[in-house]
Write a protein that binds this ligand. Structure first.
Ligand code: MRU
Length: 371
């Protein structure tokens, strides 16, 4: 997607220097556009943990590059397989909820184990990580293609009046490699001339909605309005939302979807108002090994200071402002799970399906042996 007219993806190898991975430092958006260099596996671990990069597909792609950098760091007397074992576990521990992390690390790990020489391992790690990046890009594009007709139908039903789509958090290109998951159908609808408008939940505590989603939609010219996290239900009751579309960090085989905290409440409000609630989910975010999202998906708990302080900009400087008594007790759950019964459909790179095991496996029969 474009930033000030220039095309960017969210992760790439530095032109002319394959030993450096470059990412957009999302902690400074929308105020500053900063590109960060990642040179070691530790840089990658910290970039994921501290949310310099975030969003399930991008977390996976960055971790894959982390194993490549770990191999580049190998010294003459190091055993690359031992380093690989250690660094794979290390990177896996950076964040718990998005399954893309495990899928990507395991893929690089397995491919690298198949070759012997360090130079070959480095080459295979780099190529696998680049493959993961390309696959995520293709998945987003295809999610866009399959999701577009849903918006087209709403536009026809609205007789050309704007289609209002509500989204939560950032499942845009910043969370992926390009196009996004939940935003891919939105960008395609806008590009094909459909009149759309997006309600963007601000998404406390880190404000991925107001800081990231609104910014990237505006960069592309998609009309959008930021709302508080609690406003969606009211808008739905007053006929101001035609569809809810969100991303997903981990989907269980029964169709339960873990996504940013607050998603479940939007699904409940959508259900109460007969508004379709769609989850855009690439197969890289499906956990083929678990059948009950509510009990089996690990929910990340993050630092209490994300709630105690709010971050903004004053006179060009990023600042944090205390917004609660320092002695108040705080709990910071980062994700919740929306049960399958509240989801109208899953938009995947292979098509749209019902949130249930058989329908999911009909689209991905090759995964049956992993279930
Ligand atoms: O905690 P984050 O910012 O990494 O949140 C994850 C997400 O970006 C969202 O939950 C998103 O909607 C799913 S990832 C495309």
């Amino acid at each position: 997607m474009k930033v000030n007219g220039i095309h960017y993806e969210t992760i790439w190898l530095k032109p002319g220097d394959n030993s450096v991975v470059q990412v957009i430092d999302q902690r400074y958006l929308p105020f500053k556009f900063i590109i960060a260099d990642l040179i070691t596996a530790e840089d990658v671990f910290l970039s994921i943990k501290n949310m310099q990069v975030r969003g399930a597909p991008l977390i996976g792609a960055t971790a894959a590059m982390g194993l490549y950098l770990a191999l580049l760091e190998c010294k003459e007397n190091d055993n690359p397989d031992t380093i690989l074992d250690e660094k794979a576990l290390y990177l896996l521990s950076s964040r718990p909820t998005a399954i893309n992390l495990a899928h990507a690390v395991n893929k690089v790990f397995q491919n690298v184990k198949m070759v012997k020489e360090l130079d070959d391992k480095i080459k295979v790690a780099r190529e696998t990580a680049l493959d993961i990046i390309n696959q995520e890009k293709d998945s987003s594009l295809n999610i866009g293609r399959y999701g577009l007709p849903l918006i087209e139908r709403l536009s026809v039903a609205n007789k050309g009046k704007p289609v209002n789509i509500l989204t939560h958090c950032n499942a845009g290109w910043l969370a992926c490699i390009d196009y996004g998951t939940a935003t891919a159908p939105i960008y395609m609808a806008h590009d094909s001339g459909i009149d759309i408008h997006v309600w963007v939940d601000e998404t406390r505590p880190r404000n991925q909605g107001s800081k990231l989603t609104a910014w990237e939609l505006q960069q592309h010219g998609v009309p959008c309005t930021i709302i508080t996290d609690n406003a969606g239900g009211h808008l739905m009751q007053h006929g101001l939302v035609d569809m809810v579309m969100v991303g997903c960090d981990r989907l269980s085989l029964n169709g339960d979807a873990a996504n940013k905290i607050g998603t479940y409440l939007k699904a409940l409000a959508a259900d109460d108002n007969n508004i379709p609630f769609y989850v855009a989910v690439p197969s890289s975010s499906i956990d083929w090994s678990i059948s009950d999202g509510l009990t089996e998906i690990p929910i990340e708990e993050r630092d209490e200071n994300e709630i105690r302080f709010i971050q903004g900009i004053r006179n060009g400087q990023l600042e944090e402002l205390l917004i609660a008594d320092t002695s108040s007790k705080i709990t910071n759950y980062a994700f919740d799970v929306t049960p399958a019964r509240l989801i109208a459909g899953l938009i995947t790179e292979k098509g749209i399906c019902k949130p249930e095991k058989n329908s999911i496996l009909e689209l991905f029969p090759e995964k049956t042996q992993m279930t």
